[in-house]
Design a protein around this ligand. Structure first.
Ligand code: GLP
Length: 239
């Protein structure tokens, strides 16, 4: 696992550049996308590059990591809404090729078929991840099996509290989500994980301790051959 410590704007540009170079090589690449505040700057750079005519997403397929259960897609805190407003509405990706896991059996992104669908598309070429302060990746909370595929998750209190900053009240935060599993994430071909800000310093320190344990889900990434951590100085302050 490689770590690169850069400023926030350098991180956003570096990841944008990795994606741009992938799309030049493989215009129909499959992208694995994340929500949360960490990837927003990367999405801004991708939109800029698209508007400047540097990249097209016309042949791209995307799979998102997770989605809350109980919020409609038009709810401002749903991850579908987040992806549309931060990225999809501003680039030339076909919405029909953007996938967000759903627990609705009638949806084509029903969680039990999600991993098969990713496989049918040849797997995820490039996966963006953030990290929760308790080490969760996607919504794989501490204790999640390393063999997990896309599944339904009961969110931990610490995650509900962390994510309540996006809601008017902590009681509005859903308590369940659908999430790609740790095995689903390990099946991706290349992973970048964005870890920035002081409140992630402990998580980064624990990740760098190299202990692999289900108590700290992100630690499984040590077993993946192609992971880069992009961290800023604040997150790296305890290293
Ligand atoms: C949520 C998402 C994760 C994300 C995490 C960190 O729980 N499900 O995918 O990595 O939040 O979010 P942020 O980037 O806002 O710190």
């Amino acid at each position: 696992m490689e770590i690169r410590i850069l400023s926030l704007s350098e991180i956003n540009l570096a990841i944008k550049e990795e994606i741009a170079s992938l799309l030049r090589r493989k215009p129909n690449a499959v992208l694995g996308l994340a929500t949360g505040s960490s990837p927003i700057g990367v999405y801004d750079e991708l939109v800029k590059a698209h508007k400047a005519g540097d990249i097209s997403f016309n042949e791209v397929t995307s799979f998102n990591l997770d989605e809350y259960i109980g919020l409609n897609s038009d709810h401002p805190q749903s991850y579908r809404y987040f992806m549309n407003s931060h990225l999809f509405d501003h680039i030339d990706i076909l919405k029909s090729r953007t996938h967000i896991p759903s627990m609705d059996k009638n949806s084509e992104d029903y969680y039990e078929t999600y991993d098969n669908k990713i496989k049918d598309h040849g797997g995820i070429d490039f996966q963006i991840l953030g990290i929760g302060s308790n080490g969760h990746i996607a919504f794989n909370e501490p204790g999640t099996s390393f063999d997990s595929l896309t599944h339904i998750v009961d969110l931990k209190e610490s995650t509900i509290k962390d994510n309540s900053r996006f809601f008017n009240d902590v009681n509005e935060v859903p308590t369940k989500a659908v999430s790609m599993g740790l095995k689903s994430i390990m099946n991706t071909k290349r992973i970048v994980i964005i870890i920035t800000g002081k409140n992630k310093a402990n998580a980064l320190k624990r990740l760098m301790s190299k202990e692999i344990t289900t108590d700290f889900p992100a630690s499984i990434l040590h077993r993946h051959p192609k992971v880069t951590i992009y961290a800023d100085q604040e997150a790296a302050s305890l290293l």
